[in-house]
Design a protein around this ligand. Structure first.
Ligand SMILES: Nc1ncnc2c1ncn2[C@@H]1O[C@H](COP(=O)(O)OP(=O)(O)O)[C@@H](O)[C@H]1O
Ligand SMILES: [Mg+2]
Length: 379
């Protein structure tokens, strides 16, 4: 197979999301969109290669930041850095030159902000920075925040989210925002329950927005991909579109896993007659392998740890693992009295194993939503 990579463009989806953001839909502009889909299903690819160009074509400045690009860096800092980079680009100053020349002040008319201090305490607020960008470019701005739920793990990340909301409200109540929002925010995430934390409560930064399902790749993708691969294979060695789609669906619509299966078959059997059976066997084996990880993790847990996991899986965004109801539930499941300290210990152990996630504000969720699917499927 060629080393060249296949990319399926989703321009219709990009167009409809851009319409919703700019207000070209019958429902008016949606200033904040919150989209969730599982890991490795194509969210970042779509944001960078389809949505960003579509917005740019509409003369909207795109600022993209992936909060997982460096998981150890504070999400608040990553957001500030991305806005800083956009301001620098707007100024036409190369990053290096700006540093060495000490050119950190950017001004529009009488306003001047210090871009080195964006997002810092007593520094330049995100609202000031984004407003400067707006005035400098005379363009609306779209902020795309990938893996946005990661902002929840630190106070600074949460503060950045509140600062963004303030910026959005400020820029969109300016007189020049009458024909459409000056600042729109797209939040994507691999974990629906975590992402929901940003929008559900009154005390949450994007309260009022709702988390929507980001559409997974479908049959049009597998058909295009199948045709692309078949062109590169020997004439008698072809994949059937139906089989490829079935395999894709079976592995949670993750392009990389599909590619791996097709590659194994093309390299190993090279026999067209075998493709159908090998494909479905290959996909099922992979699915079993994915699930074996959960099975192994699960069987290494204590009964109380399992009960906590089950509860987090059931309660989703409502999860309150230390409530009286939760304690009573654990007691019933494991057949002995359970007190809060024991739950604390269990949850600590689960966090060490990377099975349970805790936000900076003490909210809990399963680290990996795939585990919840597995728990529900085996019940
Ligand atoms: N539209 C697409 N066409 C071809 N490959 C894709 C497409 N979208 C995603 N992929 C591939 O799937 C994998 C996961 O995509 P990515 O965008 O990183 O997912 P996510 O951000 O949801 O975790 C990558 O290897 C990527 O190249
Ligand atoms: Mg991604």
């Amino acid at each position: 197979m060629s080393a060249q990579k296949f990319l399926f463009h989703r321009s219709k989806l990009a167009g409809s999301i851009a319409d919703r953001l700019t207000g070209e839909s019958p429902f008016g502009a949606e200033q904040t969109l919150c989209l969730a889909a599982p890991r490795r299903t194509g969210k970042s690819t779509f944001l960078r290669l389809d949505l960003a160009p579509e917005l740019e074509n509409r003369c909207i400045e795109v600022v993209y930041v992936d909060l997982w690009s460096n998981r150890d860096t504070d999400p608040g800092l990553l957001i500030a850095e991305s806005i800083k980079a956009a301001l620098r680009k707007a100024e036409g100053i190369p990053v290096k030159a700006a540093r060495t020349m000490g050119l950190s002040k950017v001004g529009v008319g009488a306003v001047s902000i210090d871009i080195e201090k964006i997002g810092q305490p007593q520094g330049t607020t995100l609202a000031d920075a984004l407003e400067t960008l707006l005035l400098r470019l005379h363009k609306r701005i779209a902020l795309l925040i990938d893996e946005a739920q990661h902002a929840l793990v630190s106070e600074a990340g949460m503060n950045a989210m509140f600062a963004l909301k303030a910026a959005r409200d400020r820029l969109n109540t300016r007189d020049d925002a009458r024909d459409g929002p000056n600042l729109v925010v797209v939040l994507t995430g691999s974990h629906r329950d975590k992402l929901s934390r940003l929008v559900l409560g009154r005390d949450q930064p994007f309260y009022g927005a709702s988390v929507q399902t980001f559409p997974l790749l479908g049959r049009d993708y597998t058909d295009a991909y199948t045709a692309w691969i078949n062109e590169r294979l020997a004439a008698g060695n072809r994949f059937e579109p139906d089989d490829v789609y079935a395999a894709f669906d079976l592995v949670g619509r993750r392009p990389e896993i599909l590619t791996q299966i097709l590659k194994d078959i093309a390299l190993e059997t090279g026999d067209a007659g075998e493709l159908k059976t090998t494909l479905s066997e290959g996909a099922e084996a992979l699915r079993r392998r994915l699930w074996e990880d959960y099975e192994n993790a699960w069987s290494s847990l204590t009964p109380l740890q399992q009960a906590v996991i089950e509860r987090l899986s059931d309660e989703e965004t409502q999860a309150a693992p230390f409530s009286a109801a939760a304690l009573a539930g654990y007691s019933k499941t494991i057949g002995e009295a359970v007190e809060a300290p024991a739950v604390q210990t269990a949850i600590e152990a689960l966090r060490q194993k990377n099975l349970v996630w805790r936000s900076a504000r003490g909210q809990y969720a399963l680290e990996d939503q795939g585990m919840s699917e597995w728990i529900k499927a085996r019940a």
